[in-house]
Design a protein around this ligand. Structure first.
Ligand code: AKB
Length: 326
């Protein structure tokens, strides 16, 4: 398929990853060829004014189908999901959106003979019995959150659809994603984003996990690169499809605060763990992404130091313009 022929739909385009992914895809494939979709939340003007936008509910198949038919969609990036923390508050909604959304999209992809579909998984697929350091690609998947349950079931469903129906569906296990355009909503790793905003605005932050909580993380430019590189990989050469471990760095919440202090010496961080601590404790410290490196050439660009500099530069500039967005 040539790039000009693609008609792409992005679900969750108002969210943290979807909003930046949509703008990047529009640059790459043309504004009118990338249909942004969302559920209820109004899109920012940049997203709404740069190309088509439609409201859907991924748990209701007919609402997806309408958009697929209207725009003759052949590629989907399925970024809408209920994340770990909100998922624990509302597990039934989490199952409905994450599982039915995923299955609806794959069924529609088969019915309308789509070319490709991207369905992300997460480090939430792992659980407390999973080896915690350098977690292997193939390992114990017994998560304790509903979000994690939907991610494991989603991975298995994707692999089933590849083998049973020949669907081209791919995805990776995103670690915590850090970005400065759109705030994340309802995840456990959200502290790693909020800390930068609060450091710039108030010079202090109360972190909702312990100082020694270490998790795999990635800066948004690397997340977008991983997503697009995996979609551009030769499907026939992949040995995995929807469950690639990908990571860029691992740091503790204390090390994250220290990296900010190097730039803002007066920054003060305190640690007051809440219910999200237990979720964070059930996830790995670091993960092994050799399969992604070998099968489709994955390689991150940003480490903690480079990310902190870039985050603080971007947010300080916005703060000076009165446009921090919190
Ligand atoms: C969350 O914290 O729930 C997400 C994730 C790691 O998938 N950011």
């Amino acid at each position: 398929m040539t790039e000009e022929m693609k008609k792409i739909m992005v679900t969750g385009s108002v969210g943290q990853i979807g909003s930046e992914l949509t703008m990047l895809l529009r640059k790459k494939y043309g504004n009118d060829n990338v249909i942004a979709t969302g559920h209820r939340t109004q899109p920012k003007p940049e997203l709404k004014d740069s190309g088509p936008f439609e409201f859907i509910n991924v748990a209701k198949k007919e609402t997806i189908e309408e958009v697929v038919k209207k725009y003759d969609i052949d590629t989907v990036y399925h970024m809408s999901a209920i994340l770990s923390a909100v998922g624990e508050k509302n597990p039934h909604l989490c199952w409905d959106v994450n599982m039915n959304g995923t299955k609806n999209l794959m069924d529609i992809a088969i019915e309308y003979e789509m070319g490709q579909i991207f369905i992300p998984s997460s480090i939430a697929a792992f659980g407390p019995e999973t080896p915690i350091d350098n977690t292997p690609q193939e390992t114990v998947l017994k998560p304790r959150t509903m979000y994690g349950v939907t991610k494991v079931a989603g991975e298995l469903l994707c692999d089933y659809y590849v083998r049973r129906f020949g669907l081209d569906v791919r995805g990776c296990r995103y670690p915590g994603i850090i970005s400065n355009e759109t705030l994340p909503g309802g995840g456990t790793t959200d502290y790693a984003v909020a800390i930068y905003y609060e450091a710039v605005k108030n010079k202090k932050y109360t972190c909702f996990v312990r100082e020694d909580t270490r998790l795999p993380m990635m800066y948004m430019p690397d997340c977008l690169k991983a997503t697009i590189d995996l979609m551009e990989a030769d499907f026939s050469k992949l040995k995995h499809y929807s469950d690639f471990n990908v990571t860029a760095m691992s740091f503790s919440a204390g090390e994250l605060a220290d990296s900010i202090k190097k730039h803002i010496p007066e920054f003060g961080c305190t640690f007051e763990p809440d219910f999200r601590q237990e979720i964070a404790d059930s996830w790995p410290n670091s993960i092994d992404d050799t399969a992604a490196r070998e099968e489709w050439g994955w390689e991150p660009d940003y480490d903690l130091e480079a990310m902190t500099k870039d985050m603080l530069d971007a947010l300080s500039k916005r703060h000076a313009e009165g446009n921090l967005g919190i």
